[in-house]
Design a protein around this ligand. Structure first.
Ligand SMILES: NC(=O)c1ccc[n+]([C@@H]2O[C@H](COP(=O)([O-])OP(=O)(O)OC[C@H]3O[C@@H](n4cnc5c(N)ncnc54)[C@H](O)[C@@H]3O)[C@@H](O)[C@H]2O)c1
Length: 338
């Protein structure tokens, strides 16, 4: 298939690009490089020996998106372009709503005008907010508690409206849990600027000496060791979920009576912060000093997925272990630090 991959130069998008190229899809990347670097393109070419098309531009530019859909005879779009930092979304909500929601609306407008009606959307477990029950199944109510999560939820609502009014659309929304790890080459990975908000890049920075210690926010949660529990998923497993979604995009199944097809993408296992620290230390034979700090506003005790719906309907299942996540994550950081 000819795929338009928005946000394809970012952490997750670059891994999806490799999976698509590996499966012989033709890939066109649209990215404004607001949170990524042009060097990623060279890594993609080097690893895959393929030449993805790259266009620097913004999804908010509807005319540009329509032109790309036509020029590259696109069959399906995978839409990742978006801003993703929860904390920043709280301090700059309008920027988040504008970029994420207007970006999605612009893309949908362009897709409709070109009759390209197959879409896989990058959603997030943050749409659920503070869980009422665990593991979180798709039956869990959506009550996002920050602007980032709300932007994903509102986009899903728009997508639902679209599939209700026009049955020709084929849309799958994937609700990612906590993507970590890197491609086995160690050439692409998660490389945030400054002090990371997420656990694994922070551990990487401690391991490489950029930070003296890991900040563990809260050890008095109602979890086995008191630290927060999350469902970490290897980014390569996550990429494969997109291939599975594309394979099922036009099956026209109305899974579980919702207008929009949405799926949890996680492993179903929860690991605490200290579990991950210890797994990283063991896998990489390194010490990760840490200190306990007060809880962060908005953090929750535990979140992990019930991934059965994706397992059953998409025929997809996460395969990689927490050790593999820790090994590949450090492999990327080591390469980056050299
Ligand atoms: N990383 C996570 O923990 C996580 C979890 C759940 C969902 N997601 C979603 O997955 C998607 C990708 O996340 P990521 O971690 O790879 O983030 P990322 O920031 O590494 O990648 C996003 C890419 O989109 C580009 N971009 C942003 N706005 C754009 C716009 N208006 N037009 C064109 N390009 C634009 C950025 O330059 C970047 O390359 C995002 O939509 C994010 O919300 C991420």
């Amino acid at each position: 298939m000819n795929i338009l991959l928005t946000g394809g130069m970012g952490y997750i998008g670059s891994h999806i690009a490799l999976s698509l190229l590996h499966d012989k899809h033709k890939v066109t990347i649209l990215d404004n490089l607001s949170n990524s670097n042009i060097e990623v393109l060279n890594s993609l070419k080097f690893i895959s020996s393929e030449e993805p098309n790259f266009i620097k531009g913004d999804v908010i530019n509807t005319e540009l998106v329509a032109k790309l859909l036509k020029d590259y005879k696109v069959d399906a779009v995978i839409h990742l372009a978006g801003l993703k930092a929860v904390g920043e979304s709280v301090s700059r909500p309008v920027m988040y709503y504008k970029n994420n929601i207007l970006g999605a609306v612009s893309l949908l407008e362009a897709m409709k005008s070109c009759n390209v009606l197959n879409l896989v959307f990058s959603s997030s477990a943050t749409v659920y907010g503070i869980p009422n029950f665990l593991p979180i199944s798709e039956e869990h109510p959506c009550k996002p508690n920050n602007p980032y999560g709300r932007s994903k939820f509102y986009i899903e609502e728009i997508l639902s409206d679209l599939v209700i009014t026009d049955k020709n659309w084929n849309i799958i929304s994937l609700r990612y849990f906590n993507p970590v790890g890197s491609h086995e080459s160690g050439l692409i990975g998660d490389h945030p600027n400054g002090i990371p908000n997420n656990l694994m890049p922070f551990i990487n920075q401690v391991a490489s000496g950029q930070q003296t210690h890991l900040k563990v926010f809260g050890n008095d949660y109602d979890t086995p060791d008191g630290t927060g529990v999350r469902d970490y998923i290897h980014v390569e497993d996550l990429s494969n979920a997109h291939l599975a979604a594309l394979n099922n995009i036009d099956s026209n199944n109305n899974y579980q009576n919702y207008p929009l097809n949405f799926f949890n993408i996680g492993t179903g296992k929860g690991y605490s912060v200290l579990d991950v620290v210890h797994a990283f230390e063991l896998a990489n034979r390194l010490d990760i000093p840490y200190k306990i700090y007060p809880r962060r506003d908005g953090d929750i005790a535990s979140s992990f997925a019930d991934p059965k719906k994706a397992n059953n309907f998409l025929g997809w299942k996460a395969k990689q272990s927490i050790d593999e996540m820790c090994l590949s994550s450090w492999n990327f950081q080591k390469n980056k630090s050299q």
